[in-house]
Design a protein around this ligand. Structure first.
Ligand code: ADP
Ligand code: MG
Length: 506
């Protein structure tokens, strides 16, 4: 079925999230919808899926104008959508999940009994190589497998147009390859696939057509043969270099030493961090790779003093800082860029000026004998806003009113403005555009070259490769191994999926 969007406009109050967007997706093709965070991709797909009413424009299926009052209408018309956050019930089996919401469908896809659902799952699984057991329980499945269940669910309702919203954000490299493989098969079977992503590598690997949106508008289309640089500059609106030049590290003495660090969840008693041991030397970047939820967050927070530890030691430049409060840890020369910036990184109802001095307002030059030096604060804010290209109407704006990427720049500007022995940065460029990523990576490498030890936690392998002098891979709360930065993607991917280093003896 051919999909056509004509002039779709969607506003949230005064803000135009989609501005007269045109898009044509032919059956049997993969159409990549490429754009930075906040470009308006999910909004457009939510309009298509009947979740939002458009303020203008129309949707045509096989040249017929259609109006969807809700997702039920869209599904009946043959549209399936796999959301970024899956919506499966953990205790159901696959067949039950697929039947759920499918039993009251009027149409050919009605699945009234569990056996019919089971047979449907098996048939689809065999046809497309999903490798999914109809009787498996959802919570026992990997994230990648759960995502395949969502796709099966859409296909079981005869979806001829399949929307995948950032499907690879939660996958290992191997799972990503498997998914792209499935997408290719669906395309070959005649499905029209809309693949939403901001990952250029995937777009180039699978897309037949590429539409790039920026700030709610279509800014161009591209061929899959376009280079990553070309696609990136379309996304951002100016030239960007995709690789930051970096000299080899020249590490000094051990700066951060972590020994047997262990964190147990107080409520569930699950071991989140399981006896982690490593060190980072001055002038060295250790990047922690892993699929989200394998202890990386807890590691960064435990070292920073945000999460209480149950065993082990953290030593900074020879001083034991285990169990110190975050305030004391920061004072000891640690910069901390938290994963959850709104929770831990900024005070939303403080101005940019004040967020830029959160940990340092009480000392020179920002204060003298307990009084803030207004002029110094303003000068500092103006300089940092300029340096980090924080997009704001004023340094007096409340930081909470900025977009996520600009809030992140405020956090980075503040943390990097002190003299650091150790920089801990979790997902440092999440939500930033490609151009800002380049800038932030440069600054992190400068910190290293100034002699700081740097601990990066990132779920983006491209970021790990761009920054790491050594790569630690975490799985189930443990460091599986620490490997050199030229280790290939496949090997890292296997380690991220829990496969240990080959037996030395073998
Ligand atoms: P993308 O999927 O490309 O990252 P979105 O479509 O989610 O972007 O968001 C586009 C813009 O619309 C963002 O600036 C976002 O803050 C805004 N937006 C999205 N949903 C809403 C909403 N329900 N209310 C207000 N603003 C929204
Ligand atoms: Mg989105």
């Amino acid at each position: 079925m051919k999909l056509e969007l004509q002039g779709i406009t969607k506003k949230f109050g005064d803000f135009t999230a989609n501005d007269a967007i045109d898009l044509v997706v032919q059956p049997g093709t993969v159409h990549a919808l490429l754009g930075e965070n906040g470009a308006g991709k999910s909004t457009l797909m939510n309009v298509l899926f009947g979740l939002y009413d458009a303020d203008g424009g129309q949707i045509l299926l096989d040249d017929e104008p259609r109006v969807f009052a809700g997702p039920g209408d869209a599904m009946d018309a043959g549209i399936g959508m796999v959301h970024q956050h899956f919506m499966l019930v953990p205790v159901f089996t696959v067949a039950e999940s697929v039947m759920l919401g499918n039993e009251d469908v009027t149409g050919p896809a009605k699945l009234l009994d569990l056996n019919a659902a089971r047979a449907k799952v098996k048939e689809l699984s065999d046809r497309f190589g999903f490798a999914i057991d109809p009787d498996a329980v959802i919570e026992d499945l990997s994230v990648g497998a759960q995502q395949r269940v969502e796709i099966i669910k859409a296909l079981s309702r005869d979806a001829q147009i399949l929307i995948l919203d950032e499907p690879t954000a939660v996958l290992t490299p191997q799972e990503t390859d498997e998914l792209l493989d499935i997408v290719g098969q669906l395309r070959d079977a005649g499905t029209a696939v809309v693949l939403i992503t901001h990952k250029l590598r995937e777009v180039k690997a699978i897309a037949d057509d590429i539409t790039v949106i920026r700030r709610g508008k279509v800014v161009g289309t591209a061929e899959p043969t376009a280079s990553q640089e070309e696609l990136a500059s379309l996304m951002v609106g100016r030239d960007v270099s995709m690789t930051v030049a970096k000299d080899a590290a020249d590490p000094g003495d051990p700066m951060l030493q972590v020994h047997n660090l262990t964190v147990v969840d107080g409520v569930t008693e699950i071991t989140l961090l399981d006896g982690v041991t490593f060190e980072i030397r001055a002038g060295e970047i250790l990047a922690v790779a892993g699929v989200q939820g394998n202890g990386q967050t807890e590691l960064a927070e435990a070292i920073a003093g945000l999460t209480p530890t149950d065993a082990g030691h953290v030593t900074l430049d020879g001083e034991d800082i285990t169990g110190h409060s975050i305030r004391k840890v920061l004072d000891a020369g640690v910069g901390f860029v938290p994963e959850d910036r709104t929770e831990d990184g900024i005070v939303a109802n403080f101005t940019i000026i004040n967020n830029l001095i959160l940990d340092i307002y009480d000392r020179a030059p920002y204060s003298t004998r307990g009084t803030l030096n207004g002029k110094v604060l303003v000068d500092n804010a103006e300089k940092q806003v300029e340096n980090f290209d924080v997009r704001t109407t004023s340094i007096n704006a409340l930081t909470g009113s900025l977009s996520g990427g600009n809030q992140q720049k405020v956090v980075l500007a503040r943390e990097l403005s002190r003299d650091l022995k150790l920089l801990i940065a979790s997902q440092p460029t999440r939500g930033l555009d490609v151009g800002s990523i380049e800038f932030v990576h440069k600054r992190i490498i400068e910190e290293r070259d100034n002699g700081a030890a740097v601990l990066i936690v990132s779920s983006e392998l491209d970021e790990v490769y761009a920054l790491a002098d050594r790569i630690a891979v975490m799985y189930h709360g443990r460091i599986v191994d620490i490997v050199p930065p030229d280790t290939d993607r496949d090997t890292l991917g296997l380690m991220m999926a829990g496969a240990h280093k080959e037996e030395e003896a073998a």
